[in-house]
Design a protein around this ligand. Sequence first.
Ligand SMILES: Cc1cc2nc3c(=O)[nH]c(=O)nc-3n(C[C@H](O)[C@H](O)[C@H](O)COP(=O)(O)OP(=O)(O)OC[C@H]3O[C@@H](n4cnc5c(N)ncnc54)[C@H](O)[C@@H]3O)c2cc1C
Length: 346
Amino acid sequence: MTETHGTHDTHPDRYEVLVVGGGAAGLSAGLVLGRARRRTLVVDAGEPRNAPAAHMQGYLSRDGMPPAELLAAGRAEIARYGTVELVTDRVVDLARDGAEGGAPLGFTAHLAGGRTVRARRVLVATGLKDELPPVPGVAERWGRDVLHCPYCHGWEVRDEAFGVLATSPMSVHQALLVSHWSKDTTLFLNGVAEADLSDEELRRLAAAGVDVVPGGVAGLVVEDDRITGVRLADGSVHARSVVFVASRMVPRTGLLEKLGAELRETPVGACPVVDETGRTTVPGVWAAGNATLVAQQVVNAASTGYTAAAAVNAELVFEDIDARVGVTQTGGTAEAAEAAEAAAEV
Ligand SMILES: Cc1cc2nc3c(=O)[nH]c(=O)nc-3n(C[C@H](O)[C@H](O)[C@H](O)COP(=O)(O)OP(=O)(O)OC[C@H]3O[C@@H](n4cnc5c(N)ncnc54)[C@H](O)[C@@H]3O)c2cc1C
């Protein structure tokens, strides 16, 4: 653990809310929970998805800011509110306690650094993992001149010589989309059979001016720290300065699965089932950001973190009020109601 802000209450390992992941989604949730006076722990393993990129584009008012600067600004904002603790660590296990006999909801988490913490509610914002095709040069250049998203980087590389490295027939869609940013676009089929493309797709590629190159790709040619070409298996080199590729995006759902959360199959893999607030199918557990939807950009991830945190807070507010109603209806005093509320905290 390298970084800690905020305060502990009397029970240093008990929190009202545990947020797992401190990227845009988790920090946005932390800010809302801090402002809602919730004793919150945000645990972040420190590997945000866009870390390889020098700049973060398309976030209104922060367009072009380095990704790490946005997160640092978020952490500083959260620290102002005093009830949120931010730690650099990894949640390695998460279990629900109190599931039986009407006991209040509670969760126990184990951190890689050795801490065990408990919380009344959990918000999972663990992001996703980009799995890249094993083409030499792709991983090394990822986020620099190997790109996946024209909305993130298209403007910066507009009108350059684009290559699109196919990973499936779906790459036709990516080639058509990015051709909007450069009329000099080549789709490298990279083992995808031309016969797998429909006549309609081939007509659209031709209409968009996208060249189609069959054959396997042996690797990227890099000179002076920039891509200069795409080398095919037959040794020929096509001069290109930017390569787009679709990663296989795998939401980090391991902790949610341990809790028994339902997943749904999507065209890009399994994502947790959530309602419009990010509530999963496990009572007391929310999810936000790329862990729930791979298509979310930073601004969307921050937004879903906000929404989920507000829903978590509301549920706690009403749970505590209902606990007081229960005590006072049975003739209890205000002090007894407060004691019941404190007991419900974890
Ligand atoms: C190369 C690249 C460039 C991009 N550029 C842009 C751009 O310019 N503009 C834009 O809007 N979007 C961009 N994106 C998309 C952007 O990265 C995501 O939208 C955003 O990171 C999603 O935020 P998140 O909080 O859901 O996940 P993340 O930012 O990935 O944060 C998740 C955090 O959770 C942590 N974590 C995971 N598991 C655990 C655990 N068990 N315990 C504790 N912590 C854990 C991770 O270490 C990570 O810090 C880019 C993506 C890539 C790959």
